[in-house]
Design a protein around this ligand. Sequence first.
Ligand code: SF4
Length: 333
Amino acid sequence: MSHSNISIFVPHVGCPHKCAFCDQRTITGENDIPHAEDVRRICEQAIGQISNPQDTEIAFFGGSFTAIPRSYMLELLEAAKPFVGDGGFKGIRCSTRPDCINSEILSLLKDYGITAIELGAQSLSDKVLGANERGHSAEDVENAAKLIRAFGIELGLQMMIGLYKSSIADERHTINSITELSPDTVRIYPVVILENTRLAELYRSGEYRTFDLDTVVDIAAYALLKFYDKGINVIKCGLHASEFVERDMVGGFYHPAFRELCEGRIYRSRIESALASAGISSPRGTLSFEVRKGCISKAVGHRRENIDHFASRGLNIRFTENDTLPLYTVKLQ
Ligand code: SF4
């Protein structure tokens, strides 16, 4: 079933923090904060244009929605609520910080038709959260996630790869901990170091040394596969293209086809495993593999990098489609 969001950005307002990686106005690309009349106008326009409002949610993204002044949050929710329900949109989703969730807030949000909450978890390592000045702990993430689930609200978790002081072991710990929390959705963002952030200072001083792109792709590929195996929907992998990000980026990992890179990496390792299982240690010539229908381009890799990778070892690989195979599976013919 296709799902879409009517995104309304609520930039930085109300957030008392300044996380080491965050320049919220750069991320959202919007300086003005929306008010009730903006919400009504956006919803009225969208409802006239969208053929499937029941598969669509109004989404308050961009900051810490539950930490904005209460009267402003209620203004936005009051404006959105009439557009939810019979003949309208499926619900409302919002993003917020883990330490800005409690039972009182969740009861209120539920009354206004909130159907999904996305928590900026970023890392489940207290060392990494502290180094990046998040101002909350891994336990806060776990408690908020459990409470959201207990209220019957869809849970989304957002993680960042390659934060300051994070090791490969920390990344794996975060991925495994997120998997245990069983969110409905996950967003995976490799760190993009933006101008006017603490990370930019640390990066320029040489104190913050980032992973190389290959390592980040390996970590994200591990995450994609782990979440897929547990039935967790990865709704984003890599930052979306934005002139603001490209203009203000001073380092880190922005690639317009990041998910494609990661999925290609998964298929490469699956091909290696299929060869090992068949006892083929020094493959030569041409071999064919079956992949799920519609997945040949993922298996071939971004700019044919898997074809080139195996060709450099003397092996030509070919793919055919097999309707019965699951995603990320390859079968040697
Ligand atoms: S809590 Fe969110 S909005 Fe606030 S500084 Fe951190 S990342 Fe930015």
